[in-house]
Design a protein around this ligand. Sequence first.
Ligand SMILES: Cc1cc2nc3c(=O)[nH]c(=O)nc-3n(C[C@H](O)[C@H](O)[C@H](O)COP(=O)(O)O)c2cc1C
Length: 353
Amino acid sequence: MAGNTFGNIFKLTTFGESHGVAIGGIIDGCPAGLKLNFEAIQQELNRRKPGQSTIVTQRKEPDTVEFLSGIFEGQTTGTPIGFVIKNTNQKSKDYSHIKDVYRPSHADYTYEKKYGVRDYRGGGRSSARETACRVVAGAIAKQIINSIKINAYTSSVGDIFLEKPYQDLDFSKTERNDVRCPDQETAERMIEKIKAIKKDGDTIGGTITCVLQNVPIGLGEPVFDKLHADLGKAMLSINAVKGFEYGSGFCGARMKGSEHNDLFNEDGTTTTNLSGGIQGGISNGMDIYFRVAFKPVATIIQKQNALDSSGNIVEMQGKGRHDPCVVPRAIPIVEAMAALVLADFYLLNKIYS
Ligand SMILES: Cc1cc2nc3c(=O)[nH]c(=O)nc-3n(C[C@H](O)[C@H](O)[C@H](O)COP(=O)(O)O)c2cc1C
């Protein structure tokens, strides 16, 4: 399997399966002398972990990170940072029904056809458990670029949308409710929606909006490694993500240039920001904002048809613990992936600008 590494200078390689001994990662290229805030790293993991509220999966994993290398007396040494998170709450029996059956819209069929072998327990490597490693690395990346503010929040669940623009929101309120929507009234409707969906044994999709503020001018390499291209890859690499748009996004395609152009102020800032803080692939100092669309995930507790390994259409029903809507738990993952991209470009910029 290729493609387990992300980044150019600040590089994260992850390993491990959902029901193996542990998952973990190696971070290469972290600058030496960074005094790490371990509490902040664990705090980010706690925001992602299962079992934190009634609207997410009831799997109970402490998700405690253990660092193995690259750190001495609380500071990075510049050598590879190795870490593991032990798997402690596997219920592999919950997955025996999919040993020879491919779940619709999951990764079972493609993994088996590609590799000829599949760890079906908990989805193996295709499980979003892998994203816990991204959150650890992202929390370290956040500490490299600590003057940049990264705030993600739930902006829709199914047909319930947070209609307010991000400028009208108080991001300090995002963590005050289980769905991580900074507008309490909208959050309550989203939570009700997820509860009703869960009761039906179904799942629902949604979107996350992420805002990056105080980004210095000049991040991004303007040909193949445009800042928005790497942000797009980062977000689309998250399990269950089906869409990414930044700035005016698809709405911009319906506009005229005379409406869309961001006119300059004398100090180089712009009066509007439909460019979403990036022009020519390079950050321009304005806020960067983007939206990420998550599908309703595959595991539903309802009978549906599936394909077995002998080519028969068989009836199956999802079992075990699953997320009725993954969006609230994906907020720290989106922030972590944004931090990885920004830290990488920040370090790259020191060499090439
Ligand atoms: C935080 C998070 C939790 C997830 N939990 C589940 C789950 O409980 N059940 C499920 O079927 N998929 C879940 N997924 C999505 C699957 O990992 C994903 O759909 C699968 O790997 C197939 O990949 P694809 O949907 O990107 O094609 C979750 C995704 C995220 C980000």
